[in-house]
Design a protein around this ligand. Structure first.
Ligand SMILES: Cc1cc2nc3c(=O)[nH]c(=O)nc-3n(C[C@H](O)[C@H](O)[C@H](O)COP(=O)(O)OP(=O)(O)OC[C@H]3O[C@@H](n4cnc5c(N)ncnc54)[C@H](O)[C@@H]3O)c2cc1C
Length: 312
């Protein structure tokens, strides 16, 4: 508590007392697993996040450096570690504004909800993101993993990305300075916290209601009322991971309260009080089964909990 008081004192210049200690993290992930953050902050603006990182580096900072920093957006694709996450965990959810710059371009903060973005485009009759109907989470999380469906991904529409680095400086990466592919984006390796992106959609392309309905209806095959992090494994080239898992008899496998969904073999569910370790072990068993039966090594789509950078 003493340390926390010192920290709050140092950040008294910030508009809110934004650092908490021993913050439970499970409710911030759709899987509902994971332990506590040693320190936790939910900045309300990129500026506040920048000030926070700078204050941590300042001479009178009570933090012991290096301090690792983890980031959570919507928590819909992340397996948070059980136990204590040392260092600072930053939630981006309160950095969630959207500002239209013209008919088809908007500057959107990283904590903005992807479903709300998709709905906004639908309501404005702007096409492009129909494939993202039903994908939960925030824009920041979507950009780091190039979230998508049907061969398309969100990064395609990112004109530029603004982010805070481990020195508390703002960096802007223009299109061409980051690369992306199937559920992968180089932004996730840049040691940056994304704070906003300028997204450009095609204003001459109307929202395609049939495509939107197609992607919404595909959600019917997924266990949407249960706790999950979406698809557990990426699809190997030309094959559905769900089909492989199903054919290898993974439906019905469980470890503690972690279970493979009966509805969709590529979804692992937390049916009660599963730990992240249970989910990890079940992922291992599923991957092993598929490898032994087919020789295919599945790659996780769920993201491991790891710091984005260390403040030195
Ligand atoms: C029911 C269900 C269905 C899903 N369907 C799909 C689908 O069809 N297609 C698909 O691609 N995904 C799908 N997902 C997975 C998930 O919704 C997406 O990957 C989503 O884009 C993740 O966003 P998030 O904000 O929840 O990310 P989080 O889980 O919060 O974070 C994911 C990773 O990004 C990092 N991160 C988050 N925000 C930032 C930031 N601002 N700066 C730097 N790093 C950051 C985190 O540290 C973490 O490593 C589904 C998930 C569920 C639960």
């Amino acid at each position: 508590m003493m340390l926390l008081n010192n920290i709050q004192h140092i950040y008294s210049s910030l508009p809110h007392k934004i650092i908490k200690e021993n913050q439970p993290l499970a409710d911030l992930s759709t899987l509902g697993t994971g332990g506590k953050a040693e320190y936790f902050a939910q900045p309300q603006s990129p500026d506040e996040l920048q000030q926070l990182i700078r204050a941590i580096r300042s001479e009178d900072s009570p933090f012991e450096l290096p301090l690792s920093v983890c980031v959570i957006g919507g928590g819909t694709n992340t397996l948070i570690d059980d136990g204590i996450t040392h260092g600072l965990t930053v939630s981006t959810r309160k950095m969630n504004s959207l500002k239209w710059l013209n008919d088809s371009t908007a500057e959107i903060q990283s904590g903005f909800s992807l479903p709300v973005l998709v709905r906004t485009l639908r309501e404005r009759n702007i096409g492009g993101l129909e494939f993202a109907e039903g994908i939960p989470g925030t824009l920041g999380g979507a950009l780091t993993g190039n979230a998508g469906a049907g061969g398309k991904g969100v990064c395609e529409y990112a004109e530029s990305v603004k982010a805070v680095d481990s020195s508390g400086n703002i960096r802007t990466l223009a299109r061409g300075e980051f690369e992306y592919g199937y559920r992968i984006c180089s932004l996730s390796e840049e040691e940056l916290i994304i704070v906003s992106a300028v997204m450009t959609f095609n204003s001459t392309l109307a929202y395609d209601e049939r495509a939107g309905e197609y992607f919404r209806s595909k959600r019917g095959t997924q266990p949407l009322n249960a706790r999950s992090a979406g698809c557990t494994f990426k699809n190997p080239e030309g094959v559905s991971a769900g089909k492989l898992l199903d054919e290898c008899g993974c439906k019905g496998l469980s470890v503690g309260d972690a279970a493979v969904s009966d509805k969709h073999a590529n979804f692992i569910l937390n049916k009660g009080h599963a730990s992240s370790a249970d989910i990890c072990e079940l992922m291992r068993q599923c991957a092993e089964r598929v490898y032994e039966n087919t020789g295919v090594m599945l790659e996780p789509e769920i993201r491991r909990w790891q710091p984005v950078f260390c403040v030195q």
